[in-house]
Design a protein. Structure first.
Length: 244
C-alpha cells in the first residue's frame, strides 16, 4: 500500500541514517529477521524482553547479515492472544519500554542500514480497546457503534468457518452491554472492526501513517483475508479487501 507523505509533495519519506527511504523495492532482496520483543533480550532483569535489550544486540543482528527486522505486535494488550489483541494502536506495551525507546531503536537500526517492519493487526482489536468500549455503549446505528460488526441474531453468515474451534462455538458473541451480537473471526475477546464504516478505514490509515512517519519502513498486516464481511463469500475473499 502506498501512503504518500503530504509534507513532501507526494514523495514518500526521507533518507534516515544508513538507508534510503525513497527506495521502493528494498523488500525484494531483504534479509528479514523476525522477532518478538518480549522474547529477545531483557535489559532490566524483569524477565521480559524490551527495546533497550534489542538495541544492545543490534550489532549481533547486523553481523548476521540482516537488512530488516520484523517485529511481532508490541502494542499495549491484555496478551490473551500473544499481543495480536491490540488495546492501543498508537503506543507500545510498557513492559517493553517507552515510545522514546522505540524511536531510539528505529534510529539505531537505520544507522546500521537495517530497516524496521512492524506487524499491525487491523481485522480486529482487543475487547479492551477504547473503540470497542465506546461502541458497546453507543446507540445502535451510530458511527461509534458501527466501528464493529453487530447483529441482532447469531444466525448470519452461518457458512463461515470457525477458526478456533477448540475455544469458540460461534463467530458471534452476545454483548449484554450493547444488547447485540458482535462478529469475531478469531477469539471472542477480539471483535472484528467494521471496514464498511469509512471512519474505521480513516482511523486505521492514520495509525499506519503515524508509524511510517516515525520511521517504520514496512507494515506486515495480519489476517487481511478476513477484513471485510460480505454475504455469500464465507466472509473470507471479496474484492473490497483487495484494496489492501
Ligand atoms: Ca525487561
Ligand atoms: Ca473482519
Amino acid at each position: 500500500m502506498n501512503i504518500p507523505n503530504p509534507k513532501r509533495d507526494g514523495a514518500t519519506f526521507a533518507v534516515t541514517g544508513g538507508i534510503d527511504r525513497d527506495q521502493g523495492d528494498w523488500y525484494k532482496d531483504a534479509v528479514i529477521y523476525q522477532l518478538h520483543i518480549k522474547a529477545f533480550m531483557d535489559s532490566n532483569g524483569d524477565g521480559i524482553g524490551d527495546f533497550a535489550g534489542l538495541m544492545q544486540r543490534l550489532d549481533y543482528v547486523q553481523e548476521l547479515g540482516v537488512t530488516a527486522i520484523w517485529l511481532l505486535p508490541f502494542y499495549p494488550s491484555p496478551l490473551r492472544d500473544d499481543g495480536y489483541d491490540i488495546a492501543d494502536y498508537r503506543s507500545i506495551n510498557p513492559s517493553y519500554g517507552a515510545m522514546r525507546d522505540f524511536k531510539a531503536f528505529v534510529t539505531e537500526a537505520h544507522r546500521r542500514g537495517i530497516r524496521v517492519i512492524t506487524e499491525l493487526v487491523i481485522n480486529h482489536t482487543s475487547d479492551q480497546h477504547p473503540w470497542f468500549q465506546k461502541a458497546r455503549h453507543a446507540k445502535p446505528g451510530s458511527a461509534a457503534r458501527d466501528y464493529y460488526v453487530w447483529s441482532d441474531t447469531d444466525e448470519k453468515w452461518p457458512e463461515t468457518r470457525i477458526i478456533f474451534l477448540d475455544t469458540e462455538k460461534s463467530n458471534w458473541t452476545w454483548d449484554a452491554v450493547a444488547g447485540a451480537y458482535y462478529w469475531h473471526r478469531f477469539y471472542s475477546h477480539q471483535p472484528d472492526l467494521n471496514f464498511d464504516n469509512p471512519k474505521v478505514l480513516a482511523e486505521v490509515l492514520k495509525v499506519m501513517r503515524m508509524w511510517l512517519e516515525m520511521g517504520v519502513d514496512g507494515l506486515r498486516l495480519d489476517a487481511i483475508p478476513y477484513l471485510v464481511e460480505r454475504d455469500g463469500t464465507k466472509t473470507r475473499t471479496c474484492p473490497r479487501r483487495m484494496m489492501f
